[in-house]
Structures are given as structure tokens and as C-alpha cells.
Design a protein around this ligand. Sequence first.
Ligand code: AHM
Ligand code: MG
Length: 332
Amino acid sequence: MIDKLTASVGTALDRFIQQKQEQFPYATGELSQLLRDIALASKIINREINRAGLAGIEGGAGSSNVQGEAQQKLDMIADVRFTRALSKGGETCGIVSEEMDDIIDTGNHHAKYIVTMDPLDGSSNIDVNVVVGTIFSIYRRRSPIGRPPTKEDMLQQGTEQIAAGYVLYGSSTMLVYSTGYGVNGFTYEPSLGEYFLSHPDMKCNDDGNIFSINEGGYKTFPEGLKEYIEMCKEREYSARYIGSLVGDFHRNLLKGGIYIYPSTSKYKKGKLRLLYECNALAFLAEQSGGVATNGYQRILELKPTELHERTPLYVGSKKMVEEAMKCLKQYE
Ligand code: AHM
Ligand code: MG
């Protein structure tokens, strides 16, 4: 039975990572190990998410889980699990997480990689059983090996990413990542506890007919954006918005579309964070043939100045993003 199952799906993630490493004779295996650490952490989060409903029934706030840990919100649990996996894995010297104000020093001062992550994006969706995701970027450190990580290590442009990806905890759990040579998607097979290649060399269509935006803030959107939205409606495009970035991005990557989080009156600079949400998705978008901008400039070329800074995001099919930018430009 298991043989049949494994034969019907693609290469296992571990083997895929190994094969890719072998294509680079000077590769040390550290990045491969880091990717395995992320995959492992995601399996643990996946298990926690699947138990979320039951955990609520089993005990309310103040009760403890089997390890005796106080029950926490899942986004905090995800943060702890990822940080632990990356620290124990030994390849990461510093982490920026949405859940922590400051840089996390893993203590691995001889490691050469930096990870920025949103361990559980869209976590408010868990209460209503809707998809959530993990988003991550990997950079090479800038500071000398052997020292604690610095802010400069963290504030690198998106163009410096070595790898980036996301995990989508949906009707299936998927890990989608790129090391700069295209984008590959892996689906988790829970009975085997392994990811298998299910979406090789993912490509974002040049054009699409899905627009994803929270229109609640329409009145305060930039004029050019209002015009673009009206254009989408005239063409009877489909409006699709989960309100969970990874889910919305993933759907548009597979089907062709645009995701927009603009500046609004509530979030003047947009809501999404450059370091651990926008850069990773911009990297994946470009690696799959799509485009990602803040409406005016390429996301990957923005120079970050703060760990948790925000930026508007226009990402997805090339033609759609370019058309939206054209509309914005008219009002510059
Ligand atoms: P979070 O990082 O606090 O979870 O917020 C990010 C989420 C994204 O997943 C989603 O695209 C967006 O916030 C939705 O925001 P809104 O409810 O304003 O449309
Ligand atoms: Mg987030």
C-alpha cells in the first residue's frame, strides 16, 4: 500500500534537497540542513494546528498541555517551535520573527545564515478553521563568523535572499520554496510524515482574472488603485480574498491573479512586513515569472531600515501588476 502511494507521488523533499545540493560541487550542505530544519518545524506546527480545535475543547486558558507547558496562542507556539528547530539545527545565527521585537540570537555564532520569518501568518483565521501559513527568507550573514548577529545582518535587501518559501496549512499542507532556481511545491503526506514534490517548477501565468484585496478600505485607497479595481470589475474578474496572505498568494500563483495590500487610512504604509512577509513572496513571485512591487518600486530593491517595517504590496501575474502600477502612476 505504502509502495503504491510513494510511487504515485513525486520525489521526497529530503531526496530533492540532496539532489540539488549534489549539483553544486562546492556546496557544504549547510543550506540543505537549514531547509530540512524548516521542514521539520513545519511538520510540528502542522500537528499543532490540526489539534487546535481539540485543544480548545480539552482545556481553556490557564490549563497545561502534555509537556506541562501552559497553553499559548498558536502563533506563539509556532514561534517557539521554529526558533527551537533553527537554534538546534545549528545553521542559523540570528532570526527576525514577527512575534519578537528584537533579533533572536540563536547562540550559533559560527553559523552563516540569517532567517526572517512569520511563523504563523493569518493566525486569527485559526479560530474559524481557515488556512494559515508560515513565511520565511534566508540570507547569508554580513558580520564576521564567530560573533553575535547584528542588525545589519537582518536589514538586507530582498535581492540578497539565498532562499525563501512558505508553508500553507490548508486542506493539504504544502511547502513551497525557491533557492533562486525556480519554485517547487511539496505536499505533505501525513501518514508517511514526509513532503513529496507535487508542483515542480511552478510558473505564475503572465496574466490572470483574479483580484485579491480587502475592499473594506476602498474609500481611502489611492485614486489610481480605485481606478484599477473598477477596471477589474468592468472585466468581470473574480474577487477572491481569504484574508490569509499565504493562501491568497498560493491561489494566485496557481491560477494567475493579483494580490494587493495597499496603503490605507489605518495602515499608511500598508499592513504587511517587508522583512518576513513581502520579501519572501516577492522572491517566489519573481522566481515563478511574476512581479512584486509596492505600487511604484520593485519590492526586492527596497532598502529596509527597521526590522518590522511595513510596505504596500502588489504581487502576482506580470500584466496585472504592471497595469495596476500604470493606474497609480497617473496620479503621482
Ligand atoms: P498577521 O501577520 O497579523 O497575521 O496579518 C497579516 C494578514 C495576512 O495574512 C492577510 O493578508 C492580511 O493580514 C489581512 O488583513 P486584513 O484583515 O486587513 O485584510
Ligand atoms: Mg503576518
